[in-house]
Design a protein around this ligand. Sequence first.
Ligand code: NDP
Ligand code: A1CAB
Length: 278
Amino acid sequence: MIVKNIAFIGAGNMAGAIIKGLIEGGYPASAIRATTRSDTSAAKAAAALNIEVGTDNVQAARWAEVIVLAVKPQMLKDTCQQLTSALDQQLVISVAAGIDTQALSQWLGEALAIVRSMPNTPSQVGAGASGLFANAKAKAGDRAFAQQIAEATGLCIWVEDEALMHAVTAVSGSGPAYYFLFMEAMIEAGTSLGLSPESARALTLQTALGAAQLAGKVDVPVDELKRRVMSPGGTTERAIHAFEQGGLRPLIQQAMSDCAARSQALAKELVQPTEETR
Ligand SMILES: NC(=O)C1=CN([C@@H]2O[C@H](COP(=O)(O)OP(=O)(O)OC[C@H]3O[C@@H](n4cnc5c(N)ncnc54)[C@H](OP(=O)(O)O)[C@@H]3O)[C@@H](O)[C@H]2O)C=CC1
Ligand SMILES: O=C(O)[C@@H]1CCC=N1
């Protein structure tokens, strides 16, 4: 494992999940620092993550060899502009939705090696899925280090066309929330059918885990795995029929298109066109 000093600018849900996953995977906590906006949130994050957390972005960035931008996209421009005085060849990794490497370079004020990563919160338990894109300034070593962070917390794929990061966001960045919604609805339905909420929750979660593990471990397409649960004239067939009749499939298509479109719109809202791009 290559160890470099990593400064996370922002220590919220996503940074916290990556930091926990990294430390759980054996990355030294002393090589990770983070920042937040207030002393109160810094103290809270430090206690939760067992790392040094402060409020001085410039100081953290000067200490770092790798800077991970993990603030909300709406905060990113100001945060980047604040960091310019601390930049000295560090690799910058941004996990922000929507904002492309061109905008980041413009805001950081330098032609830097930048990797965009779209991770997800299961990174916290080593089961993350990240999509990565590197700009032309990123060297093989930069790509390898970004990949090491992503792989320390789960699996990762590279995309060579940055526009595909919107699709990655729709599939895996936002994806955990879709499954949590489905679990929430299954727990409610199981409870309404008479199970205790605890039993409905335990059975729902284990079923989600089991289905994902089975699909990942056997070399069988998911539609065939689905068919193997559906005995003709049996119970599952009724449930799947209800989902299909109710339009679940086009609804998922719609939801994920909306998600990708929001990622594109974020970029348009937050990035002013420059003379060259106008
Ligand atoms: N949540 C998710 O599942 C995913 C999120 N992302 C991306 O990750 C990024 C962060 O999202 P998320 O973690 O959910 O957001 P949170 O609101 O949970 O965390 C944001 C963090 O940024 C800090 N922050 C805000 N402004 C500054 C600043 N100027 N300097 C230093 N720290 C600052 C906040 O500190 P304070 O508490 O003091 O305000 C907080 O710690 C977003 O860009 C999002 O698109 C990507 C993939 C998945
Ligand atoms: O909802 C969001 O905007 C972020 C990006 C992907 C997951 N959460």
